[in-house]
Design a protein. Structure first.
Length: 322
């Protein structure tokens, strides 16, 4: 039986890591969930939230329904994710602005390690597995080079963004944040999160409720999206696990183009703060990068990212993947 400490505390820490990953375009919180040993339980728990809980509450009480829904696990994880997003959203944005090469190098190493770990989970390869791998690479790579949409902050579009992005966030290898970037909603959602935090810190209720209403619409879309997709994902893992894992490895391999540290800016745009930011980029070799390529530091941070993932995997194994 799990205890608040250390079991649920560790789950909360895994939620912190998932939240930090989901803030960055190109990195998937689903990858963190997978390598930290909670992915299957997360999918099963989400899939288990259904109308049968109402019957359980009626016949056996709230506590029985809470246990049926694996509520303590989900609450610990969601608290970690929520705290992480509110805390790291501003930090990540700052690092993307001031130290992009080092940050992307760290995540490049992180994804390389994740590919190795998930690849090791595949017990045998068939033709369909190889086809799934190639399909995943092609689709994910195409997403990284697709032209982003212009931003929109309408309630309907925020709902749609949440619905689609959460599917990517829960899949290892596909970044929900990058899907938001392609849809033009990334800056809007991140800015809304920062405004919610600012409203809480400054006790500005008007700012808080204006931002929270938009964030709530996004969250509702995300909840419905993850609920709709969890059944499909649960079926895929139950019936075609090796093929599904091969597909996820392909997704991660294709997404490496997005997190490649050295980029050439092809087009720029003006963001909501009046600042010129990259709009369309392409990956280039370090020697072709204009400016300080920071090759040595980039290599060190990539190794650090690689080491962090294997450290988490070792920790998960030590704790019995609680």
């Amino acid at each position: 039986m799990r205890k608040i400490f250390p079991d649920y505390f560790i789950i909360g820490l895994k939620g912190l890591a998932m939240g930090a990953a989901d803030v960055v375009p190109g990195v998937s919180g689903g990858t963190i969930a997978f390598i930290s040993g909670i992915y299957q339980e997360l999918i099963d728990s989400i899939n288990g939230i259904n109308f049968s809980l109402i019957k359980t509450i009626k016949n056996e009480g709230i506590l029985a329904a809470w246990k049926q829904a694996n509520g303590s696990f989900l609450l610990s994880l969601l608290l970690g994710i929520g705290i992480s997003i509110l805390t790291f959203s501003k930090i990540i944005v700052k690092l993307l602005d001031t130290q992009p090469i080092l940050l992307w190098s760290f995540f490049f190493g992180l994804i390389i390690a994740s590919i190795v770990l998930i690849y090791r989970e595949i017990t045998h390869w068939k033709t369909v597995s190889f086809l799934a791998l190639i399909f995943g690479i092609v689709v994910s790579y195409y997403i990284t080079i697709a032209r982003p949409s212009l931003a929109t902050d309408s309630y309907f579009y925020l709902f749609l963004s949440g619905f689609i992005a959460i599917i990517a966030m829960i899949l290892p290898g596909i970044s929900g944040s990058f899907i938001l970037l392609l849809m033009g909603s990334y800056e809007t959602v991140l800015g809304t999160i920062n405004k919610v935090r600012e409203g809480i810190v400054t006790l500005n209720l008007q700012l808080f409720w204006e931002a929270f209403s938009k964030l709530l619409v996004f969250i509702i879309g995300a909840v419905l999206g993850i609920k709709a997709f969890s059944k499909i994902l649960n079926w895929m893992f139950s019936n075609h696990k090796n093929t599904t894992l091969a597909l996820l490895v392909g997704f991660m391999m294709g997404s490496l183009n997005k997190v490649w540290p050295w980029k050439e800016v092809l087009e720029t745009r003006i963001n909501s703060h009046g600042k010129t930011v990259p709009f369309l980029e392409k990956s280039i070799l370090p020697q072709d990068f204009i400016g300080d390529a920071q090759i040595l530091y980039a290599l060190l941070f990539a190794i650090l990212g690689f080491t962090v993932i294997f450290g988490m995997e070792k920790l998960a194994a030590k704790l019995g993947k609680q």
